[in-house]
Design a protein. Structure first.
Ligand SMILES: NC(=O)c1ccc[n+]([C@@H]2O[C@H](COP(=O)([O-])OP(=O)(O)OC[C@H]3O[C@@H](n4cnc5c(N)ncnc54)[C@H](OP(=O)(O)O)[C@@H]3O)[C@@H](O)[C@H]2O)c1
Length: 332
């Protein structure tokens, strides 16, 4: 089968190639999937540039979310059968390939109403967005939400999920002024290009008040701003390190207790490893939201595996816009 292979860490796509490799076989509790579509994520970029803790070994096949049909079921798997249309979180990578292996616990059936390209964005991107708001931030009715990197894949779906979950004002920040229109088009009530005076601009956007929830994938580079703008009782969720630098220490306990502030960490890979059923439940829920028309996911569909490295470079350069999925096989 064909797979996208990263041969060694690199800042560019010069060490990424398509190779013929052996198709995986399922072990106990696993399935293999004939991949129709796979999601492309910033996670692939973090692996590619060699961030610590991502690729266990090189060469590495990236890709952590797929949609397709079950090819083979491993020993001990119940409730899934060959030919069934499924979406899966492929923990540890391997999704950008014609055949992927996944734990059955992280594999869920796709409702008939959901097209495969959209389903391919569910196990990682859509589930992350849902879990950030529900499990990590514990969003309550009417609460305001600030999202950094608002025009990206996760950022764009967060804008849609906040009202679905009963949340209030959505403020998004982006790294470049030219991304402001796409954050607005994506649903943010206010979109701000990050720069001097960011904390004042965020507070002004919320009528001079602090925001209830901050969702921050930028390591600790904006943590000072987050602490400045969060309301008493607010939650700051740290869920990424796009810049790749060494994270700074967290603020002293006294600052958190005095401010009544929670700082929460979130990793869907971590949760997939430790509590896969929670991730699968989130994937089922987002697929149901799509199936019932409550969540509409705009996608850029990339026609072949050969085009995936260019998308990785777009994301690495901070030029991505919304969500990208790649087609591995012709739609059924
Ligand atoms: N913890 C988790 O489980 C989890 C799951 C999914 C995604 N994430 C994180 O959420 C973020 C969004 O993921 P995504 O897949 O949807 O990607 P994305 O938002 O489409 O692309 C990443 C964005 O990060 C921002 N960025 C900031 N500094 C950057 C740098 N030095 N190099 C490149 N980009 C930089 C850019 O947006 P701006 O310049 O507009 O900020 C860029 O568009 C990523 O940081 C990702 O790691 C975390």
């Amino acid at each position: 089968m064909r797979a996208l292979v990263m041969t060694e860490p690199s800042q560019g796509s010069d060490r990424t190639e398509i190779r013929e490799v052996d198709a995986p076989r399922p072990g106990a509790g696993e399935v293999t999937i004939d991949v129709a579509y796979a999601g492309i994520n910033f996670l692939d970029v973090m692996v590619r540039r060699g961030d610590a803790g991502y690729a266990k070994a090189w060469p590495y096949v990236p890709g952590t979310e797929v949609a397709g049909t079950v090819r083979e079921v491993g020993p001990g798997v119940t409730g899934l059968s060959a030919g069934q249309r499924v979406a899966a979180f492929t923990l540890g990578g391997g999704g950008l390939a014609e055949v992927a292996r996944a734990q059955a616990a992280l594999t869920v059936p796709i409702p008939d109403e959901v097209p495969s390209p959209v389903a391919a964005a569910a196990p990682l991107m859509l589930s992350t967005a849902l879990l950030l708001l529900t499990d990590a931030a514990r969003l309550r009715s009417g609460e305001s939400v600030l999202v950094h990197s608002a025009s990206g894949g996760v950022g764009s779906v967060l804008a849609q999920l906040v009202p679905v979950l009963g949340g209030g004002l959505r403020i998004g920040t982006v790294g470049r002024p030219e991304k402001v229109p796409s954050a607005r088009d994506g649903g943010y009530d206010v979109a701000i290009a990050r720069g001097d005076g960011l904390a004042e601009a965020v507070r002004a956007a919320n009528g001079g008040e602090g925001v209830d929830v901050v969702l921050d994938p930028l390591g600790t580079s904006l943590l000072d701003v987050d602490l400045e703008v969060v309301a008493p009782g607010g939650r700051i969720v740290l869920f990424g390190n796009a810049g790749g630098g060494q994270p700074a220490p967290l603020p002293p306990v006294g600052q958190l207790t005095r401010g009544n502030i929670a700082i929460v960490g979130f990793s869907i890979s971590g949760l997939s490893a430790t509590a896969p059923r929670r991730v699968a439940a989130a994937t089922r829920r987002v697929l149901d939201l799509v199936a019932t028309g409550r969540l509409d996911v705009p996608l850029t569909e990339v026609g072949s595996l050969a085009e995936a490295p260019a998308v990785h470079q777009l994301l690495a350069d901070g030029r991505g816009n919304g969500k990208y999925v790649v087609r591995l096989a012709s739609p059924a």
